[in-house]
Write a protein that binds this ligand. Structure first.
Ligand SMILES: [Zn+2]
Length: 172
């Protein structure tokens, strides 16, 4: 067949499989399956995050290890020629990512970076995402409580049919 090591073959297979579905698409469908609702590419946010989860006040960037220089990752290789060109290019990418993260955090967003190589370990990726997003929610809970308090009709008041439905859901 070919002379690839099992590890190389796995990675190549992964790339073939994911060539139809870009890494972002993979993360989106993962989040979707987990029941998260999100929005895509918000142009008004610094760095145009790939995925925005307003409810969790979180944004997700899905980064290719090579282009965004995943630290200590074997996929963040340095091309053999034009090294100076690549170094400049990489430095620009890394600087932009850093800037976007800082700006977003200033605006109160939690910034999550998912590296392309992580997509092969779905279980630990899911674990990390769930933990991070849960944290984000508990941090913004005072806000959530206030919002519920403001919008929820008092018990016993028949404001609308929808309110009744959500009430019965919480009670059951
Ligand atoms: Zn990586």
């Amino acid at each position: 067949m070919d002379n690839l090591t099992p590890e190389q073959r796995r990675y190549t297979m992964f790339q073939v499989k994911s060539s139809n579905t870009k890494p972002e698409m993979f993360v989106r469908s993962l989040l979707h399956r987990l029941g998260y609702r999100f929005r895509l590419h918000r142009d008004d946010l610094p760095g145009k995050p790939d995925i925005v989860l307003p409810k969790y006040k979180s944004v997700i960037f899905v980064h290719g290890c090579f282009w965004h220089r995943h630290e200590n990752c074997k996929h963040a290789t340095m091309p053999k020629s034009n090294v100076e060109y690549w170094e400049k290019k990489f430095a620009r990418n890394v600087a932009r990512d850093k800037w976007a993260k800082a700006e977003l955090e200033l605006q109160g967003w939690r910034v999550v970076v998912v590296w392309e190589c992580e997509l092969r370990e779905v279980e630990s990726l899911v674990d990390r995402l769930e933990r991070t997003l849960r944290d984000a929610v508990s941090m913004s809970e005072p806000f959530a409580y206030r919002k519920v308090a403001e919008t929820m009709a008092p018990y016993g008041s028949k404001k609308s049919k929808n309110d009744d439905d959500s009430e019965s859901k919480t009670l059951s």
